[in-house]
Design a protein around this ligand. Structure first.
Ligand code: ADP
Length: 589
């Protein structure tokens, strides 16, 4: 796992910021050298004090310890600060990559609990628990530094008191075992916390979003929200407590092992001094070397465990970035020009559900044709459109574009064929212009194209009343002068955005539901101008709009129950369309 995680992160991070790694390696070498200044100087000072006591010699030794030691510490600290700065950059960079991946994730995965859990694991694993690239690399450097120190002190101990190795190995085995147990406890806790955290952040943060403000106030949902929040806080606390309790016995055993090691070490070295095998200066050097060796070996063990643990957390990010696609994607290029769309015996159930939402749908849509799709709520109209837009793949049957299964086409190019306005469309907290251009160059806005479009969808009057015109921000999330557009205004903007995309197939799902009758009439009147010669699918409950279309498909219980022109269907005896039309006509006469 560690190998795979590092093989994923480090090359990306290296390409992004090479200097970080060079600075890190230099810092590790300096940190390895630092303890040896006092380890080597201390016996000289002690033996000098116990022997000739030459002041100039003593002064030189102390000066070396102080000056060289401080210089190394200072340089290492400066390099450490440089690395910290890069940490922020890495976090932002990898978060950006993940956000992009989330936005490009196959749509159906956005409703999939496993995929959502994986996003949460990736986010917390990468940002909090692993410390990201910096969190992992610092451990690698610590390990490297500890290896260098081990090599140094082994040489010193081998010269004066080789038996000390046994003591070090004794302590090492115990601490490795304990830290392995600690890691297992933390990993288990992280998995359990991922589920709690998702619900926790929903009730704690997302519900404070202004979009919920109305409903929360009018339905007095505050108490319910706070209760929910408390429930998940308690659950979260219980997990953290269990983790802390699990660590306690291990900490006690570790302290006892250190005490035994120290006792044996003093005993052995004391005997060597009494026997005259080593000087007091070397005695003190061996004590510091042995401490350094134990600490460094323990540090290597900890770093290995820490790297494994952090990589385990960060691997959730790697797993998410390679999350399997939910739909098949081909590579066939989509030809330009006009297209014929055909549903051939298409049936569909939403993932992880049994119910057949569409059943044996057969329908053909010629280039430039305008199709009206009607039916009661839940009849499958929106699902039909979602399948066409490849947000889901059919469970059975196939959808053809110019006679070829749509799965065979390049996904991006295929998606570019559609300009949909879904019922639950979303506008962004960006400017009006940005919401329509969606990343296109702003220059097009200055040639009047955009304003003409706003006129066509009936938004020009509102636009003229705004001080900052098209640069006015939507919503108040980032700009206190941002406007809270009404449902109807938002719908007009969504229609403008779809038409601006200028794709060959326009899909309008309940496009006028939030519009007042005058605006609705305007949209109908302009419909042919707006859509022009493009293919259009028009889902609407207002059957008067069907008269503008070439054909009408009446959906009922997931299948096409009736199909034809307005004139043929309106007079059909016991026909669903005829019945719905008559019922609505009463209100409009
Ligand atoms: P319509 O647009 O005609 O009102 P839909 O296509 O939205 O109907 O819905 C058809 C059926 O599919 C309904 O029973 C609805 O509950 C179900 N459905 C819609 N979306 C989902 C989903 N994401 N997961 C599971 N079932 C869904």
């Amino acid at each position: 796992m560690s190998r795979k995680t590092m093989a994923y992160f480090f090359p990306i991070a290296w390409r992004f910021q090479k200097s970080y790694f060079i600075v890190g390696a230099t810092k590790a070498v300096l940190e390895a050298i630092h303890p040896f200044i006092s380890i080597l100087m201390l016996p000289l000072i002690i033996d000098e004090l116990l022997g000739e006591r030459r002041l100039d010699q003593l002064f030189t030794y102390v000066a070396i310890i102080v000056i060289v030691g401080s210089l190394i510490s200072l340089t290492a600290s400066i390099l450490g600060c440089q690395m910290e700065k890069c940490d922020e950059k890495f976090q932002n960079y990898f978060t950006e990559r993940m956000s992009r991946r989330i936005m490009e994730l196959d749509f159906q995965l956005t409703e999939d609990k496993d995929a959502l859990d994986q996003i949460e694991l990736a986010r917390t694993g990468m940002q909090w628990y692993s410390g990201g690239v910096h969190g992992i690399f610092v451990q690698v450097l610590n390990m490297f530094s500890a290896f260098l120190r081990v090599a140094g002190v082994i040489t010193l101990i081998a010269i004066h008191a080789p038996v000390l190795f046994i003591l070090v190995i004794f302590t090492l085995c115990i601490s490795m075992y304990l830290s392995h147990k600690d890691n297992k406890i933390e990993l288990k806790s992280h998995k359990e916390l991922a589920k709690v955290n998702r619900v926790f952040s929903y009730s704690g943060y997302e519900l404070m979003d202004i979009r919920y403000a109305k409903d929360i106030r009018l339905y007095h949902a505050q108490d319910m929200m706070v209760e929910q929040w408390k429930k998940f806080t308690d659950e979260s606390f219980a997990h953290w407590k269990a983790q802390g309790d699990g660590h306690l016995p291990n900490a006690c055993i570790s302290a006892a092992a250190t005490a035994v090691r120290d006792f044996l070490m003093y005993l052995y070295l004391g005997i060597l001094v009494i026997k005259g095998s080593i000087t007091i200066g070397i005695f003190s050097q061996m004590i510091s070397s042995c401490r350094e060796l134990t600490n460094s070996v323990v540090s290597i063990g900890r770093c290995l465990q820490e790297i494994a643990k952090r990589c385990n957390y960060a691997y959730e990010y790697v797993k998410f970035m390679h999350y399997p696609a939910a739909i098949e994607k081909g590579s066939r290029p989509v030809a330009g020009g006009k297209h014929v769309i055909e549903f051939r015996d298409v049936s569909f159930s939403y993932p992880k559900t049994e119910q057949r939402v569409l059943q044996h749908v057969n329908l053909k849509l010629n280039a430039g044709e305008h199709l009206s799709v009607v039916g009661l709520n839940g009849a499958g109209k929106t699902t039909f459109v979602k399948l066409l837009c490849r947000l889901y793949d059919p469970t059975e049957g196939e959808i053809l574009l110019d006679g070829v299964n749509i799965k065979e086409y390049d996904y991006e190019q295929y998606m570019n064929l559609f300009s949909p306005v879904f019922q639950d469309f979303k506008l962004f907290a960006f400017s009006i212009q940005e919401n329509v251009l969606m990343g296109e160059k702003e220059t097009v806005a200055t040639d009047g194209t955009l304003y003409k479009l706003f006129e066509q969808v009936g938004f020009a009057e509102k636009l003229d009343s705004l001080e900052h015109g098209m640069d006015t921000m939507l919503f108040k999330s980032f700009d206190k002068e941002g406007i809270e557009a009404s449902g109807g205004e938002q719908q007009k903007l969504a229609i403008a955005r779809a038409l601006y995309k200028n794709a060959p197939v326009v899909i309008l799902d309940e496009p006028t539901a939030a519009l007042d009758p005058v605006a609705e009439y305007e949209i109908y009147r302009q419909f042919h101008t707006l859509v022009g010669g493009k293919t259009a699918i028009y889902i609407s409950h207002r059957l008067s709009s069907c008269q503008f279309c070439d054909h009408i498909a009446v959906f009922s219980d997931g299948h096409v129950a009736e199909y034809g022109t307005h004139d043929t269907l309106v007079d059909k005896e016991n026909g669903i369309y005829a019945e719905m039309f008559a019922a609505q006509a009463q209100y409009y006469q």
